[in-house]
Write a protein that binds this ligand. Sequence first.
Ligand code: C2E
Ligand code: CA
Ligand code: CA
Length: 490
Amino acid sequence: YRQNLAAIIPADRSRLPLSPVGITLFLLLSASAVIKDFISQSRELNLTKDRLAFLAYHDDLTGLMNRQALTDRLQQAIAQAQRSQSDTTLGLLMMDLDHFKRINDGIGHDVGDQILTAFANRVKNRVRSSDFFFRIGGDEFAIVLTQLKQPTDAAVVSEKILSSMEDPFLVNDQKLYLGCTIGISIYPKDAQNADQLMIRADSALSEGKRDRNIYRYYTMQMQKDAARKMQLLVKLRAALHNDEFHLVYQPQIAADGSIIGAEALLRWNNPEIGSISPAEFIPMAEETGAIMQIGSWVIEQACAASHFWESIGLPSFPVAVNLSARQLRDERLVSHISGCLRYYGLRPDRLHIEITESSVLDNPEAAIAVLHRLNNLGVHIAIDDFGTGFSSLSYLKELPVDCVKIDRSFFLELPHDNRSSSLLLGIISMIEGLGLSIIAEGVESEGQISFLQTNAPIVVQGYFYSRPLPQDEFIKFVKELSQKSSSQLP
Ligand code: C2E
Ligand code: CA
Ligand code: CA
């Protein structure tokens, strides 16, 4: 204020052409102007403060409340329920759109934004005014249901939301069908505080994500699973350092009965927990990033094994290692592999790597670049679990792939089911048409083998010939096999 006055009254007062009354009048008028100015400024300041408070609590795109608001509202609702000492039941729904990333990355963020807004509007029309609706992340939303008569009411709301997804989203004259998955936790049954309630709804959501376009309630089993996961995550951190991993090798057998390769498969034995399946711990190692170190160790071990087999005079065949999506995005992978090959004096085609289509789709550009560099190095590349994912043949054409491993599920119905047989033979001839080699995975029975030998004599990897074996047993297996085939020679 003082500064403002100083600006109005010039420093050289002798030049003022006003009488004392005029000066007083002038000062009064000026002061009122300054005060008006001050009031309007502080009004603006208040508006800005309100706007900031709104922004801190709301999401720009949909106008819904945000994650911070969810925590606060949930805490308030719980506190209110506890104060009222009634048997208030609250429901927390956490949901996200299925495969939204594909739309965002594939069609564009503008379309993604339009869908998020449209979804928010659909849901808004299906919840009561007493419920609170939030956007808590990219395509993640949450609803707090405050007036549940019973926990099953949360299913009613979920079904309404899921049925709203049956109509397509119209974007740029295009119809897009999308699903959404919902995880539900209930206060006070599942948890008594906001954080736990959110963690549990999130567990239910993760569980639902296995099937998608579905809702799931939090269950005791999920609690057990979460506890086991925590335990494994802690142990996993020290497993490599404590020498708890080893590799086993499963032979790949050609139609003439000779061994043409081996897949290295990781095993984890923890002294307290026992042996843990890779299907359980590999996804965890991916999640935490531990797979980078573990994966490097696998490559080193497999190269060392291959070198050892050569040194003891086993017949020459390549060893295959599995690579996870994260490894495939890593720039250092190629130099690590070429370093290992050089160190053990292995020809690059003695190492095969196995990747799944989904691990490529995770970040196609980075993955394809890495695959081309590996291919240039001379390392062979196999597509694993073919037929379980999006399995597009165009992908096979674009990627520098040498081999396709057809998933176990294709052989289960053999040899009796005609449709399965024709489907399989069709796939085999298409892959062969592309000039790629083929491995049949998980072949277990005599019937399956004789069908393949008659109709499509391809390489087989499965329990029929051998389970994955520890190194010493594997060497024994290979030696016996080569003795057998040399005794069969004329
Ligand atoms: P995968 O790469 O598809 O490996 C084949 C799996 O099928 C192995 O399971 C193998 O033991 C099993 N299998 C082989 N023949 C048969 C059969 O005739 N019948 C049946 N029912 N199963 C058969 P495993 O060793 O439990 O590995 C499971 C998955 O874990 C692997 O599937 C792979 O995705 C992953 N994995 C294993 N080792 C590694 C690794 O070093 N790195 C990465 N990133 N993943 C690995
Ligand atoms: Ca594999
Ligand atoms: Ca496989």
